[in-house]
Design a protein around this ligand. Structure first.
Ligand code: ADP
Length: 924
């Protein structure tokens, strides 16, 4: 009773877990177990409590109901689908199974049960129903197991065992009762209780989902069960035949039954043979199909290999080619047969232009084959059969399969065309930069002159138009600069001169550059104290910082604060610019680093931006090996961060950042010559107090040499030294080319009258004893006369720009000698020692480098300040080739004419005002 109840609970539980047909089946099996439970309660009642037991009783009603539900439940269980001939075999197997059960039952004396049936019809029917139902149940279980050929799950086996156990116990009970031998509490009862418990186990272990798999997925091991099933059936048949005739049944019936059994087995064999035949035919057809599919696949693969434009080849573990596609043969100019079997590296990769061999162990292909790593090479060369080289990029991928004869596959591409395009692009950019920047500089310069009143007063309406034109040309200039910078940043060709730079200097310079804009936008700039040194090109980093800072100011409301800070994090320094502005939506945080990307399309108009700044900044930071990113909360502000590698150690010397030139202006130098050391000491003190730099000579014959090496601005000479050799010294100074231009002041106790001719060749006369103020006046006058009208040699082939520059400098009292070609420039220096040289680099008949090289040869010209003003940026070693005296490099379009003007004036000693010095200065 209890065991049946357990089975009922388990079955109902499984019922709730399942769906579809399985659910129905478990519902019916749960009904079976429930009926058994109620039947057992009744039976218990009759056995122990009721005075008499009627037959048939209420217990029988539930037991028989249980049988009906069990049949329905077992049949409803979904098992593997069967088709065609399989179905025929299953029917034969079912009949065979039923016959066997009957044979066995008969052999165990089930006939006795039938013989002991009561007289009364209903009672007899109920009585006989039990053995019939038991035989039926066992048969159904066997059919069920046979039907699920090869997919028998453990729970299904347990379920079968449950019903077999129950049926055997039930039939045995019937038999014992018929013989009047039944006793409660014998091992026979275990058949029932065991059956109930097995049903409970089957219910809880049933996994409906897993058993719905199609037969194809059934593992091989399970299929063996069907064969074992076959063997079992035959074994039982054999046992039955050996066991002999069924007792109490006529011999004829026995023989008929034996014959029927043999016939059934025969039929089964025929069915089996047909099934095997069908199976073989299916298999053969499948093999044919698969072979065709494989051939088609191989053909398709070959077709793809043939069609790819990239060269493809495979190599074995030794680096020998195992295959090569037609594109590879074509590019290498070798037949397929000439490639296969040969060593790839030795054949077309192992040598440079000059024939020097590269070792195989350093070949990227070696890394793929031996180390098993994917190697990508963007810049390499392969050798054609005729020995010519061509540029390639390739990827070598290891295959990693120990069974294949291909250890790695290489895909390569001839990049000659792309290289050519890159070269053309560079040339185009270079042309654009020159052709656009120079006229734009003239336009901007001319407008500046007009606006500044150089051409007279202008009406106020025109003034406004001129202002618009100036703003627009500034904007156009910025755009050209940005586009050129971006191209080069992306191509990795932006001129960079990394050196150790103190972080604090970079931050201060950048903040100073945007201070003006921030003040007019009423945004407060806060620079947090920062230490550390980074390895970077200061110009580029200041460019990046000013862009990010400029953005922060642009997109911040007035009254808010922009904070700049930097912090060392591990081996990097992280720069941060935080604002309290409008913020950037999360989905735009990455895209704003793309070209022409702006959060709002009105930004370009309202904020005067091009959307290129951050793209350039990213290019700059990444080419320093750093990263740049933005964080933001819309409405609350943004933080832009970037990292740069920290420099180990400290900076060496002073770092020149961008536009700031260190050091004081050079003091004029005076060479004093007198035999008397006291006089020399006195003169040096006087001169130094007046801001001169003094060097001295004790003997007249040393003066000419010192004048060459020290390059003084003026020589002060005692006339009567060494017994009157002063005149000879003057003579010598004036005759040698290196010193001809240096003013000479004579110190003498005599007046000038003695030698009028020579006196005319000197530049001043000081009467001894030397009066301090007279000395200052005369020396000052000598230098002043020399500097009276400073002269600039302007080397510029663009006549428009030359005109604008000439006008600009003339307005400041500076004389301009213009040379439009290299030849003219060199010619001009033969008769002129200018105070400064303003030099364009690209000249119709040569270049500015040649002009500088020529001037270096002449000591009188070798230390003249130079301002290089070119459309092209100068980088690397080229800078050194431009060095004369103080040397400043300006790029047209990047530096305004006003800045150029102020810098040149500063160099020639005019307008020593407080304007910021701009441009990059090379130490002289
Ligand atoms: P530009 O400023 O010249 O438009 P950028 O590349 O420097 O170009 O910036 C791209 C865009 O990113 C800007 O137009 C703006 O929409 C957005 N942006 C950059 N910085 C900020 C910031 N601090 N706050 C809000 N938006 C910003």
């Amino acid at each position: 009773m209890v065991c049946a109840a357990i089975a009922a609970v388990a079955c109902w539980w499984t019922f709730t877990r399942c769906t579809g047909r399985t659910r129905t089946a478990w519902g019916l099996l749960a009904t079976t177990a429930s009926c058994w439970t109620v039947g057992n309660i009744w039976w218990f009642y009759y056995q122990l409590l009721a005075p008499t037991q009627p037959y048939p009783s209420m217990a029988d009603v539930f037991y028989l109901a249980a049988v009906v539900a069990a049949f329905a439940g077992l049949i409803s269980l979904p098992v593997a689908p069967t088709r065609g001939i399989e179905r025929a075999r299953m029917i034969v197997d079912g009949v065979l199974a039923g016959t066997l059960v009957l044979f066995l039952a008969a052999n165990f004396g089930i006939a006795d049960v039938f013989l002991a049936a009561p007289e009364e019809a209903l009672a007899a029917l109920v009585f006989v129903s039990y053995p019939v139902a038991d035989i039926g149940l066992v048969t159904v279980v066997m059919v069920l197991l046979l039907r699920s050929r090869g997919r028998v799950s453990p729970w299904l086996l347990v379920l079968g065992a449950a019903f077999v156990s129950y049926s055997v116990a039930d039939s045995a009970y019937g038999l014992a009762s018929a013989r009047g031998e039944f006793q409660i509490g014998t091992p026979l009862d275990l058949g029932w209780t065991g059956g109930y418990l097995l049903l409970a186990v089957a219910a809880v272990s049933a996994d409906s989902a897993r058993d719905q798999r199609p037969a194809a997925e059934v593992p091989r091991g399970r299929r063996a069960f069907s064969a074992i099933g076959d063997v079992l059936i035959f074994a039982i048949v054999t046992v039955t035949i050996v066991a002999g005739d069924i007792p109490g049944v006529p011999t004829a019936v026995n023989e008929l039954a034996d014959g029927a059994l043999i016939l059934l087995i025969g039929v089964r064999q025929v069915v089996l043979a047909i099934e095997n035949h069908t199976l073989r035919r299916d298999l053969e057809a499948r093999v044919v199909d698969r072979t065709e599919a494989l051939e088609e696949l191989a053909g398709r693969n070959q077709h793809i290999l043939d069609a790819v434009a990239d060269g493809l080849y495979g190599v074995d573990r030794d680096g020998r080619l195992t295959f090569a596609n037609p594109a590879a043969s074509r590019m290498l100019a070798r037949d397929h047969d000439d490639l296969v079997g040969r060593h790839a590296h030795d054949l077309f990769h192992g040598r440079g232009w000059d024939g020097t061999p590269h070792p195989w162990s350093e070949c990227p292909l070696y890394a793929a084959v031996v180390d098993g790593v994917v190697t990508r090479v963007a810049d390499d060369e392969y050798i054609r059969a005729d020995g010519t080289l061509f540029p390639v990029e390739f990827t070598a991928s290891p295959l990693g399969s120990p069974h294949s004869d291909v250890a790695a596959v290489v895909a390569f591409r001839d990049v000659s065309e792309r290289r050519e395009i890159d070269r053309a692009k560079d040339e185009f950019l270079s042309t654009v930069s020159h052709e656009l920047r120079t006229p734009l500089t003239s336009i901007r310069g001319s407008l500046g002159l007009i606006a500044g009143g150089a051409m007279g007063d202008i009406p106020s309406a025109a003034d406004r138009m001129i202002q618009i034109a100036m703003d627009s040309s500034d904007r156009l200039g910025r755009l050209i600069n940005d586009i050129l910078d971006l191209e080069r940043a992306e191509a990795g060709t932006l001129p960079m001169q990394p050196r150790p730079c103190p972080v604090a200097d970079l931050l201060t310079t950048s903040v100073e550059q945007v201070r003006g804009v921030a003040d007019s936008a009423e945004v407060r700039l806060v620079l947090e104290p920062a230490g550390g040194v980074v390895l970077a090109d200061p110009d580029r980093i200041v460019q990046t910082l000013t862009n990010v800072l400029g953005n922060a100011v642009k997109f911040s409301p007035s009254g808010s604060t922009v904070t700049v800070s930097a912090e060392t994090v591990g081996t990097e320094v992280e720069f941060r610019v935080r604002d309290q502005g409008r913020g950037i939506p999360a989905d735009r945080l990455e895209s704003i680093f793309g070209r022409f990307q702006q959060v709002d399309s009105t930004d370009s108009r309202e904020q005067n931006g091009s959307g290129l700044g951050l793209a350039i900044s990213r290019g700059i930071v990444e080419s320093h090996g750093g990263r740049i990113w933005a964080q933001s909360q819309v409405g609350a502000g943004s933080t832009f961060c970037f990292t740069l590698p920290a420099a180990s150690g400290s900076t060496t010397g002073e770092v020149v950042i961008g536009d700031v030139v260190p050091g004081e202006a050079r003091q004029p130098k005076v060479l004093v010559c007198d035999n008397d050391p006291e006089v020399r000491a006195l003169l040096v003190t006087q001169l130094e107090r007046r801001g001169y730099d003094a060097v001295t000579a004790a003997r007249g014959r040393d003066v000419a040499g010192l004048a060459v090496t020290e390059r003084p601005d003026v020589v002060v000479l005692e006339l009567e030294m060494d017994g009157g050799t002063g005149w000879e010294t003057v003579e010598r100074l004036k005759s040698q080319s290196e010193t001809r231009h240096i003013p000479v002041i004579v110190m003498s106790a005599l007046t000038t009258s003695r030698d009028g001719q020579l006196a005319a060749r000197t530049d001043g006369w000081i009467l001894k004893p030397v009066d301090n103020s007279a000395m200052g006046e005369v020396v000052g006058a000598a230098i002043g006369r020399h500097d009276a009208q400073p002269t600039v040699l302007l080397v510029e082939d663009d006549l428009g720009l030359a005109d604008v520059l000439t006008t600009t400098f003339n307005r400041r009292g500076v004389r301009v000698v213009h040379a439009a070609t290299e030849r003219e420039a060199i010619e001009a220096t033969r008769s002129l020692v200018p105070d400064a040289l303003v030099l364009d680099l690209y000249l119709p008949d040569g270049d500015g480098f040649a002009v500088v090289a020529h001037m270096r040869q002449d000591p009188a010209l070798a230390s003249i300040p130079v301002v290089v003003y070119s459309a092209h940026e100068v980088s690397g070693a080229a800078r050194d080739r431009l060095r004369l005296g103080e040397t400043v490099l300006f790029t047209k379009g990047r530096v305004s004419l006003e800045d150029l003007e102020s810098r040149v004036l500063d160099l020639v000693g005019v307008l020593a005002d407080s304007r910021q010095k701009v441009g990059e200065c090379l130490p002289g």
